[in-house]
Design a protein around this ligand. Sequence first.
Ligand SMILES: NC(=O)c1ccc[n+]([C@@H]2O[C@H](COP(=O)([O-])OP(=O)(O)OC[C@H]3O[C@@H](n4cnc5c(N)ncnc54)[C@H](OP(=O)(O)O)[C@@H]3O)[C@@H](O)[C@H]2O)c1
Length: 269
Amino acid sequence: MESNNEYALITGASLGIGREIAKEFARRKINTLLIALDTPDLYDIQKDLQDNYDIRAECFPVDLTDALSAAAIYAWCNENDYVVKYLINNAGFGASGFFESVPLSRYNQMIDLNTKAYIAMTHQFLPDLKTLEESYIMNTSSMEANLPIPYKAVYTGTKNFVYAFSMALSKEVQRSGVRVSILCPGPVPTNEEGLKRLENQGKKGQMMALYPDQVAKYAVKNLLEGRLIIHPGRMNRWINRFHRMLPMPLKMQILEKMFRSYTEVSPSK
Ligand SMILES: NC(=O)c1ccc[n+]([C@@H]2O[C@H](COP(=O)([O-])OP(=O)(O)OC[C@H]3O[C@@H](n4cnc5c(N)ncnc54)[C@H](OP(=O)(O)O)[C@@H]3O)[C@@H](O)[C@H]2O)c1
């Protein structure tokens, strides 16, 4: 059992991959701090973890696109003597379709949540993480981080940013006890729209898909083992190796064809 005031802080913990990551920590008897918007889902997962896993689970409802949110979360941790040993930056969303069909305000929100919030949280907590003998940061990127995907240009850009930022940071902290991991999931049906999108992609997409609990299990195991890049799913690992061998023009042609259907439906990841 973790020392009683050590916690895993997970953003986007109320739903999808984040919720399953929180459960995975709880299974390992690690206390959790759950961060998401103020919705019933957040309190549901808190209750679930408290009732079923014999750990402490606290929640802090906040909009992470608010520039002051990281400071507010940090102050809440200090006031309550919560020591964050595992920082999991996971909250994020996407948008797809022709680039110009998504309102600029939506893109700005996406950039705030998928990139700026990761920087703010890491900037706020890193000095304290460095004081611990051993601590962990995991940033959720995507399998798409190194695949410039047409019709998801801004989302792909944010995930590429998370990948590069995390990779660079992992080197900066190499002489401290902080380990940085980059989680790169493939398609994960976390909601109705995700399921629709997967159906739309046919067999190829379905072969790559994993459920949120499978992603979380693999992610937390590899995080604790100190792995830098975490690619859940054998098929996704294979694709990740394979696409690097393709010349860029051919790769872009394949990707454009694969994702053209995203101009017809409007999925959100
Ligand atoms: N699903 C996939 O196929 C897939 C693939 C690769 C990477 N990813 C990445 O994995 C991460 C999790 O994705 P997911 O599919 O699990 O997402 P999800 O099911 O939509 O859950 C997103 C989580 O983020 C929270 N959130 C959203 N906006 C927020 C805000 N402004 N402030 C605070 N919390 C906010 C949500 O809480 P509320 O609902 O309460 O707002 C929810 O807990 C994201 O970074 C995503 O880009 C997903």
